[in-house]
Design a protein around this ligand. Structure first.
Ligand code: GLN
Ligand code: ZN
Length: 764
């Protein structure tokens, strides 16, 4: 019999119970007991839901109040000393590591967060050093297994693998220079052995050990460590299902297929092409293969026929008892259930599958492969066939005009009329910005009033005219404020935007939105990514009204503000029937029209934000070039249609450019602004070494904190920057948008920023 499994489930709860309970605990409105009670109930419901949908292997232990990597670190006693000795409960230490803590005389910043592979989920980076004292504070896998069992569910506990744990971590502050976390492996393994043997003693049949680093190039050099670690772990353990996801094993398969594990999970949603190689490699071993056929990363219904075709191949080689039909990864990256979507048109809703629907999918595919005669299975197969056929039909009725336009893109559309040096001269004459021009990244504080007005407008409590009047008043105030403070290149402040991607998605053709499609970004922060369902085009100008209104009330130049094509794509659920490249270019063409319309409306500087361009980088280096080519081309396509006199800007919230420098240069934006206040100045010397030629505004202060940077502090920073960058090319700006800041600190900070720029003009 073919069995089915789910690798992990969303933690938020069907009605966002977990998010609400966690935030209520932080606000002191729930006790620790109440928090644990509320979340236990959510786990129980998830197990029940998965069971009811016919899933054979149900996960436990992957639930988290904040982040599963943080759970694992604290359970293994990997807790930096700055969080200890403050008289905090283990739960509060845990949250302090996740989000920092500033109360009752305790003041510790949060640990660093990083993106979980190529997803928009962030994990808390574990910190290791020579003195890391591993201990099993808590056998979470065992506790959750028992919890589920008491509720009537036999589960497969999930544990983060030892290599992934160490390789995702970093050297802590107390580590000696050159320390590498992987050197702790021998010290770490006994703790895993303890954990696994306790599971075994409890009668656990299978344990899922996640080693997603196995889809990275860098794993190859740890073949020996993987081999020795797993040879050790299997000695006293339940059967181990080693899971890999988000990519392909490639050359790592050589050693992975020889590991003494009982099962291996591979991602066939992302990388169906790896199946043949994996089958050949494990055919003569006893390894059970878990086929990740149902996507854990998107919201599209699985095409059963295609999935069954692949699975059949595996079944023919390995036999039904050696295959499991599974989700490609944890379902953490999908919303809980389609059932709570009341506003999607029926036709559209039928294309989608959220976590609970996906759980049913794995069960149906497994039953179909086992030759089930159950009527419910045959009708599910039939319904799927019809639904997929309708979707294919819809896909074929694409927007011909958009497709033709993409097919007809010419190289000169990607090219500004003149090289940067010529444009720069033209822009100096035209914009007349002073040396060291000051500007901001776009948004100004999103106050309670702004959010309330938007909510009223959405609910129909105020008219469109009233809302527009409100926004114009806001814009004018923001413009006056910038004039008063003395900024040079102004912005309209973005009061009309709920979110930098959603705002554009809502106005473009080809997107739909969910009511409850929440996906965890980090901690209690969830986002609701728009879904691209068809060809994308612009129905009408999207921002021109606001930017030109702002320009009409000021004689200073106004900077138009758009979100870039790659960022809109990366922060949405993309289509799977056409490539990301095509979708990105469709977005780019829509934005190109917007850019040209802004220019025609008298806007002389236009910023196209691309903060997500880097996170879209493929996991394997061989795939980088292809991505960077179309990603950079998309940006150029959206911005290159303007005259030499129009200044194009772009913004990135990060500065880890080292390995993608040529692509940043190739964007050919006239000005880029980047984060530079948190990272050290090392970056700027890299810019210099690389010979970056265009204008650049490295953020002079960190807007993520309410702290006001002093005037002298900004001067020092500018001086340090000028040691690396040409004085003709430096813009002075904060490191990101100000929407999360209050007005008071915004005003104080920007005044200091302007003063520092004036000082620089006199001294350089
Ligand atoms: N223009 C946007 C803002 O200022 C940029 C936001 C971002 O980089 N994430 O809010
Ligand atoms: Zn930013």
């Amino acid at each position: 019999m073919v069995s089915s499994s789910v690798l992990g489930f969303p933690r938020i709860g069907g009605n966002r119970e977990v998010k609400k309970a966690v935030e209520a605990y932080w606000a002191g409105k729930l006790s620790a007991e109440q928090l644990l009670e509320a979340t236990a109930e959510v786990r129980k419901v998830s197990w029940k839901d998965l069971k009811e949908r016919g899933v054979d292997y149900i996960p436990s232990g992957e639930f988290s109040l904040y982040d599963h990597v943080l759970d694992h670190a604290t359970a293994f006693n990997v807790i930096p000393s700055r969080y200890l000795g403050q008289d905090l409960s283990p739960l509060d230490i845990y949250f302090a590591m996740g989000r920092g803590r500033q109360a009752d005389g305790v003041d510790v910043p949060a640990s660093e967060m990083k993106k979980w592979f190529d997803s928009n989920y962030h994990f808390v980076v574990p910190e290791f050093s020579e003195s890391t004292d591993f201990k099993l504070n808590l056998n979470r896998a065992l506790i959750s297994y028992k919890e589920a069992k008491a509720a009537g569910y036999v589960t497969r506990p999930v544990v983060l693998g030892p290599l992934t744990f160490l390789l995702l971590g970093k050297a802590g502050k107390d580590a000696k220079p050159g320390f590498e976390p992987i050197s702790l492996l021998p010290k770490l393994l006994p703790i895993y052995t303890q954990l696994l043997s306790e599971l075994k003693a409890e009668g656990v049949e299978w344990v899922q050990i996640d080693e997603p680093v196995l889809v990275l190039d860098s794993a190859e050099k740890y073949a020996a460590e993987f081999t020795s670690a797993y040879n050790e772990l299997v000695k006293n353990s339940p059967k181990i299902l080693l899971t890999t996801y988000f990519g392909r094993l490639d050359s790592n398969l050589k050693f992975v297929s020889k590991l003494p594990v009982a099962g291996l999970h591979i991602d066939l949603d992302r990388e169906p092409g790896q199946l043949d190689a994996v089958l050949a490699a494990i055919k003569d071993t006893p390894i059970v293969l878990s086929l990740g056929l149902v996507s854990g990363r998107n919201i599209w219904k699985t095409d059963f026929q295609a999935a069954i075709r692949l699975a059949q191949k595996a079944q023919d080689t390995l036999g039904p008892d050696r295959i499991i039909i599974a989700t490609s990864s944890s379902l953490l990256h999908t919303p809980v259930s389609l059932a709570s979507e009341k506003k999607l048109p029926a036709e559209t809703k039928d294309w989608f599958s959220f976590a609970l629907e996906k759980a049913r999918e794995v069960a149906v595919i497994a039953a179909a492969l086992s030759g089930s005669q159950d009527l419910r299975i045959s009708s599910a197969l039939e319904e799927n066939r019809e639904s997929i056929a309708k979707r294919r039909q819809f896909e074929s009725t694409s927007d011909d005009q958009v497709r033709k336009r993409v097919a007809a893109i010419t190289p000169d559309q990607l090219q500004r009329k003149s090289p940067f040096s010529v444009r720069r001269k033209a822009q100096q004459d035209h914009l007349k910005l002073p040396k060291f021009p000051t500007t901001t990244i776009g948004s100004f504080p999103q106050t309670k009033e702004i959010r309330a007005a938007r909510a009223k407008f959405t609910k129909g409590e105020i008219t469109a005219e009233e809302y527009e009047g409100f926004l114009k008043k806001e814009i004018e105030e923001v413009v006056r404020f910038q004039e008063k403070v003395g900024l040079d290149l102004l912005v309209h402040g973005e009061p009309e935007r709920n979110d930098m991607v959603q705002y554009f998605g809502e106005q473009l053709q080809g997107f739909v939105f969910t009511q409850n499609g929440w996906v965890q970004s980090y901690g209690s922060r969830y986002v609701r990514p728009p879904i691209i369902v068809s060809d994308v085009s612009r129905a009408a100008p999207m921002t021109v009204k606001w930017s030109s209104y702002a320009q009409s009330v000021s004689s200073k130049p106004m900077k138009g503000m758009l979100t870039g094509p790659v960022t809109i794509l990366n922060w949405s659920f993309p289509r799977v029937d056409v490539s990301r490249e095509i979708q990105s270019k469709q977005l780019a063409l829509a934005l190109r029209d917007e850019v040209i319309d802004l220019e025609s409306a008298g806007i002389q500087a236009i910023q196209v934000d691309e903060p997500a361009i880097r996170e879209g980088l493929p996991l394997r280096r061989v795939d980088w070039d292809n991505y960077l080519t179309w990603a950079v081309d998309s940006f150029r396509l959206s911005t290159a249609g303007v005259k030499d006199t129009t200044q194009t800007h772009s913004h990135f919230c990060y500065s880890d450019f080292d390995d993608i420098f040529p692509s940043i240069q190739r964007l050919d934006a006239d000005v880029i602004s980047i984060e530079a206040s948190k990272s050290d100045m090392k970056l700027l010397s890299t810019f210099k070494a690389f010979g970056y030629s265009n204008e650049i505004g490295p953020g002079v202060y960190d807007i993520h904190s309410p702290r006001v940077p002093g005037e002298q502090e900004i001067k020092d920073r500018v001086a340090a920057m000028l040691a690396h960058l040409s004085e003709d090319l430096l813009f002075i700006n904060p490191d990101c948008g100000l929407k999360t800041r209050g007005w008071k600190e915004t005003e104080a900070s920007l005044k200091n920023l302007v003063a520092a720029a004036r000082w620089a003009r006199e001294n350089y």
